[in-house]
Structure formats: C-alpha cells, structure tokens
Design a protein around this ligand. Sequence first.
Ligand code: ZN
Ligand code: ZN
Length: 147
Amino acid sequence: MDPRPGEGGEAAMTRPVKCRFCQVPLHRAADRKADEFVWVDARGGQTGPDPDLAHLKPDPYAYLAALAERVVTGTGRGRRVDHAAGREYSALKVRLQSGTWHTHWPDGPGPRHPGPVPECCGWPALLRPSGWYCRQSGKALAQCGVA
Ligand SMILES: [Zn+2]
Ligand SMILES: [Zn+2]
C-alpha cells in the first residue's frame, strides 16, 4: 500500500466541521473495512440521536403512551378528540419505528486534498484510505487501463 495519499488526505482533513443536524463537531476518519473516509463525532460514532426528539428523554415510549391517552378523552357526550395530539402521536410512532438517530452529516463541503489530484479516464481520481481510485472504473489508479 502506498502510504502517501492516505497521509496527505488525512492531514488535509483537519478543518473544524459540524454536523448539520445535531451541531456536534465532526472529523474525518478512515473506515478501513469499507475503504472510505467517513465523518465521526468525538466518540468515533458515525451516528447520533436526533436533537429534535431530545424532549422525549428518558423514555420516548412513555411519552408516546401519554400522548395516546390525550388523543381521546372522556366517554359518551363528554368524549373529546385532540386532533393535534393524534397527529403528533402518528408522526412520533413512525419515527420511533424507523429510528430516532441520524447519520452525522457535515455542514459544509469539508476539507480538500491539498496536493495535486491525479486524473484517470478524464475525471479527478477518488481518494480512499488505501489510495487513489478511478471514478469511472472503480479500480485503483495503477490498475486502471491495464488490460
Ligand atoms: Zn449529528
Ligand atoms: Zn480510469
């Protein structure tokens, strides 16, 4: 493995970037398994809890149950339906099923590689932790165009 592209790429990725969803500072890390650069928080996680659901802590399901009780109150002629609570209940139920977390996403384009970016097949090459890759063929630059 040629260490130069990785070193250059990681050194370039030091500008502070925040998550556009939860505002935590993010930094670039190399996911060696997927061979991709990823955004991680201070704990090294690629995901975080959704900030707009913070008021549901500590138990979002208890909040949901309390909400359900508010939707219909009373019986007979005293029966009342709280449509706003009903809408909130439906929306929250879906959120809790699909997950109340998000993948951190940078609030800006992120740092750029400082050195010259090689080209292959007419496109700027893609920098991965293990080196440069051709965007057209997906092969490592040294392998691209080699029959
Ligand atoms: Zn985030
Ligand atoms: Zn190529």
